[in-house]
Write a protein that binds this ligand. Structure first.
Ligand SMILES: Nc1ncnc2c1ncn2[C@@H]1O[C@H](COP(=O)(O)OP(=O)(O)OP(=O)(O)O)[C@@H](O)[C@H]1O
Length: 669
């Protein structure tokens, strides 16, 4: 007899978890309207094998050689994800559940699917990515966005451009209500990693689900959505998913040993072991099937069914471990492959289960009428829903919102104030005489190096964090690389530089640099361009070197090297010929030159009043001293002594770094 036979239907109206969330009747009615628009989709996998390349050979070598090392992650997997059903994929660690999510979501290299076929509504082909929502374990939500902003950005980016703002807002409202998030709509997501307080783990998961659900995907895949949640929160989330399935979504959940009450909610169950199917059928029939397998201990009294299933599969895997450490196909997988497994679908005890969704899924007739053809499904979707301008606007807003508390945090303001304090202490109101020329030079160099280095490392760190989110969003075809890149660059060039730039502006007056509005503005321009070159170089390095640790190790060395070649430590003319060339590709050289020329060009530096020691600058102890001699003494001569030339080269540096960064980003997968 099948143990799990009770009606597990959870009506949608019962799944809201917070009393405040019951107030929005308008949203509720829209939900029932938009519900009709979900394209009904059934996905069938027939003997699908997934074998990614694990060879260490380069792509070029692989093309020329026949032998390609592949690992069999999924071996002839046959299963189904049906609308109106809550499907679960279970199996021990490493059994291939997450890989199956990637395969079904179309996120793997098609050449690594080495066998079998994937059918959508009975036709062989791929489901448009727009109709698939995937919630991963690491949800990659942006910490400084509120719950509502997170769902809104997902909704707007994924909704058709012609959909009005009011309608998008209504769908966001409706989705928040559906997932019990209305009462925390204005709360920040937060980040457990950086100890930033925010919403709870369960609310995070629900927000991640809401961000996917907001466009009503036909197929929703969730990779361990209940991991890290307490039993009650896990139950509440699964109830929500069950309710959503009853509206027509096809939902597949990767789940580890759920509690019995959660297990009872499942309609369909796929059990995997080392990439092989061990069971695929109605969840309520799994027990009787497994107990019918030779050598399997029946479910002990007081043991949860999911725990028993897991123990049974793990024991089978252990038994199939050979002496040389390799694994042969387990007995359970072998049995499933040869058994008359249709029997598992037809267990009488599960008769009630099919009715539990309010739809007789086994009759199939009504369902088939609801299903669109694959061509229709493709015709109704476009590459990106939002237009270029909309993507750009939304991404810029999203980046600004995320960065608003990142860059101007209390710590960064405090650090800038500390820098200001010490800079003022060392270089306070420098007397404008020949006796203080060295101090002036050193100040101009210090302000570059003090801020430049942290900008480069900051830029790398921010991009490495954004990288995963970008790749995930790109895979979902939410936006293009260009709008992302433009929005990011615009934000980086303002947000990341605002504090260093303010520091530079204040230092100008506290340290008594050249008086006059024009020199001040020119100083700001040169200073800004040097910092933004550092920013672009950081981004370039961050994209070029995908490994964050490696990038952060190399970045300070490269930046320091650039600054040494700037001309302050070693006058440019005195650099060894073997390295002199490198100074031409140092942005610090042009930044420093522009600041020096702006400070000293066209003026005469008065003699130090009480100076008894003649000041020798570049071999000249002239007094008063022509300003040109100061920058010429560090090797800034000829065309390099032209302020606008240096500013122009800094602009070129940025163009080079940015175009390079964009090109690499486009190529990266
Ligand atoms: N691209 C790949 N190249 C090589 N091996 C891979 C690749 N993807 C997955 N694998 C291997 O396939 C097996 C299944 O991995 P997968 O992450 O799908 O398992 P899982 O069931 O989700 O495990 P867990 O429950 O621990 O998350 C693992 O042994 C994994 O190392």
């Amino acid at each position: 007899m099948c143990e799990v036979t009770e009606n597990t239907s959870v009506p949608t109206s019962d799944i809201k978890s917070h009393p405040e969330d019951k107030n929005n009747n308008k949203a509720s009615s829209l939900f029932s309207n938009s519900n009709k628009k979900i394209p009904i989709v059934e996905l069938t996998l027939e003997e699908v094998s997934y074998e990614p390349v694990t060879s260490t050979l380069s792509e070029k070598q692989i093309k020329t050689k026949d032998e390609v090392n592949r690992t069999t992650v999924l071996d002839k997997v046959t299963t189904k994800i049906s609308p109106y059903k809550l499907t679960a994929w279970m199996g021990p660690s490493g059994s291939g559940k997450t890989s199956l999510v990637s395969v079904v979501a179309g996120l793997v290299d098609p050449s690594s699917i080495t066998g079998g076929s994937i059918m959508v509504n009975g036709e062989e082909g791929r489901l448009p990515k727009k109709l698939v929502g995937v919630v991963w374990q690491d949800d990659l939500l942006l910490s400084n966005l509120t719950v509502e902003e997170t769902i809104y950005f997902a909704a707007r980016l994924k909704s058709p451009a012609e959909m009005s703002e009011a309608d998008v807002q209504l769908v966001v409202e409706e989705t928040m209500k559906e997932l019990g998030l209305l009462h925390i709509r204005h709360n920040l997501i937060g980040s457990p990693v950086s100890n930033q307080r925010g919403i709870s783990g369960g609310e995070r998961k629900r927000t991640a689900v809401a961000s996917e659900l907001v466009i009503r995907p036909s197929l929703l895949l969730l990779d361990e959505p209940t991991s890290g949640l307490d039993a009650t929160t896990a139950m509440s989330l699964m109830s929500t998913l069950k309710g959503l399935a009853s509206l027509g979504h096809a939902i597949a959940v990767v789940i580890h040993q759920p509690r019995t009450d959660i297990f009872r909610m499942l309609d369909h169950l796929l059990l995997l072991s080392k990439g092989h199917v061990v069971y695929d059928g109605q969840a309520c029939a799994a027990r009787s099937y497994l107990e019918s397998c030779p050598g399997i201990e029946p479910l002990p009294v007081e043991t949860g069914i999911a725990d028993w299933i897991s123990d049974t599969i793990i024991a089978d895997e252990r038994n199939s471990l050979q002496k040389d450490g390799t694994m042969k196909i387990g007995k359970l997988a072998e049995h499933w492959a040869t058994a008359q497994f249709e029997a598992a679908y037809d267990v009488d005890d599960c008769a009630n289960d099919s009715a539990s969704n309010g739809k007789d899924i086994n009759s199939g007739k009504e369902l088939r009428r609801e299903m669109s053809t694959l061509t229709d499904l493709h015709n109704t979707t476009v590459k990106f829903e939002a237009g270029f301008a909309m993507q750009l606007r939304l991404l810029a807003q999203r980046t600004i919102k995320q960065r608003r508390m990142e860059k101007i945090t209390r710590v960064s303001v405090l650090l800038t104030l500390t820098y200001l304090f010490f800079t003022a202490l060392f270089w306070w109101r420098l007397p404008d005489t020949t006796a203080y020329i060295f101090e002036r030079n050193s100040l101009l160099f210090f302000i570059l190096i003090a801020q430049g280095n942290s900008i480069v490392t900051g830029s790398i760190t921010v991009f490495q964090r954004d990288r995963a989110l970008l790749h995930r969003d790109r895979a979902k075809k939410m936006y293009g690389v260009l709008p992302y890149f433009l929005a990011k660059t615009a934000s980086d060039m303002t947000n990341n530089i605002v504090l260093p730039f303010c520091y530079g502006a204040v230092v100008y007056w506290t340290c008594g640099l050249r008086t006059g509005v024009a020199p001040f503005l020119k100083y700001l321009l040169a200073y800004y361009l040097t910092l933004s070159s550092a920013q672009s170089m950081g981004l370039f390095m961050g994209i070029l070197i995908p490994h964050m640790g490696m990038a952060l190790l190399l970045a300070p060395a490269v930046t320091l090297f650039q600054f040494i070649l700037g001309g302050f430590y070693i006058p440019l003319a005195n650099l060894h010929v073997g390295i002199q060339w490198a100074s031409y590709i140092s942005f610090a050289r042009y930044g420093y030159a522009a600041l020096m020329v702006n400070e000293f060009d066209g003026r005469v530096i008065p003699c130090a009043v009480d100076s008894e020691v003649p000041i020798a600058i570049g071999g000249s102890s002239e007094c008063p001293l022509p300003g040109e001699l100061v920058y010429e003494s560090v090797g800034i001569q000829d065309i390099f002594a032209n302020y606008w030339f240096n500013v122009g080269v800094l602009v070129l540096f940025q163009i080079f770094f940015l175009i390079g960064a964009y090109a690499m980003l486009r190529r990266s997968k």
